[in-house]
Unconditional design. Sequence first.
Length: 452
Amino acid sequence: MKFSGQIFASVLAMTAAFGVTGVQAQSIAEALTRAYQYAPDLASAELAAKVSSEGIVAAKSAKLPQLGATVSGDYTVRGVGGSFTDTQSLSAGLGYNQTLFDSNKTDSNVEAARAGAQAAEYNIRNTEQNVLLAVVQAYMAVLGGRQLVQLQSENQTFYQAQLKSARDRLDVGEGTRIDVAQAEARLAQGVATYRAAVNQLEISQATFQRYVGQKPGNLSPSHNFTRLVPRSLDAAIAEAEGGHPAILMAKAAIRAAQAGGEAAKAAFGPTVALTGSVGMGLTDTAPTPVVSGAVGFKISVPIYAGGAIGSGVRKANLQQIKSEVDAMSAYDRVRESVISAWSGVQSADSQIQAAQSAVSAGQEVLSGVIQERDLGARTTLDVLNAQSDLTTARQSLINASTNKVVATFSLLSAMGHLTATDLGLGVKIKTAEPYTATVEDVWQELRSVSDN
């Protein structure tokens, strides 16, 4: 009955380690919310999308009016036969230049730029998923690490008690030195395992702080995000293929490559440009201002460009084929990730059931072996081995429970649903779409543009 009391104490200690206490726990949702607001990688992806949006502006500018103002002046001194004369002049003017037609090259470049901006927006969502999954992995590594440290601490305490018991029995002539040596060796091994668990926990806590921006508090494994998991593998694959950011990025890349191909072909066509200028000049020899103006047009048709245009078309065609191959690869990778994550969830469930059975059986075995050892039917080594088997089973249960949570979130990520919007996190969604809409204003260059 003494051992039953030890088991009860161990259960209480493990419950405290699992975070089931009166203290407010830091839930997975809270950690994800904090990480979303903090993550430098996510902020970087948002900035990259804004940078990509500027490509639209650059592409559209090719067919918009180009206006410029110039002011110039000079002072000239001339010497003839020992006499010098000087003249001064001042002029100012406005210049206008605009491409009226370029065989739809600009339109194709704008389409390619918009597709690139869209791909960058999908990259934010993809980065978001990677960050949030990393947070879950770090969260569960800390939680599982704390449980393993607690387990190894209890294991170490058990071996200390067995060593003391072996020495006491040796003192009264009921034990042997072999029993003492075996207990000492097992205790040394337990101490080393405990220290390794502590070191790994420190690493996991550092990783958690890197993603979340603060040290882990009182963690709890409970969450309600399993509601997002579909009932079947086929449904999970269908959702992933329809909306995973990686697949949407691949589709946007195909769109950009197609537009790039059209732009390359347009280089063979004619270009029509309109030019105009108006100016005023003033000199000291002719004090009356001279006003002048001019309007002109230019039609250009490429005949031979040394092979550069043909090379550009072939390159664009190859890029389009590559984008389609990359899209096929993206589909395959996403499908593989979904199947792998789904299998991981199923495997974790089986491991949890097996580990629970092993723990229950191991507790019964250890209790019985201790009683038989006290009656002289078993040795100290039998007790140590039974404790080792029980510890291994409990460790397997901790790992399987941790893996179940990580596998669940990995499945959500593989489906494309590990986002702040899908999880219902109380955060402002990071996106470059408002910025893109602002810079697409053709007159934005005359005003300041907010970077928000």
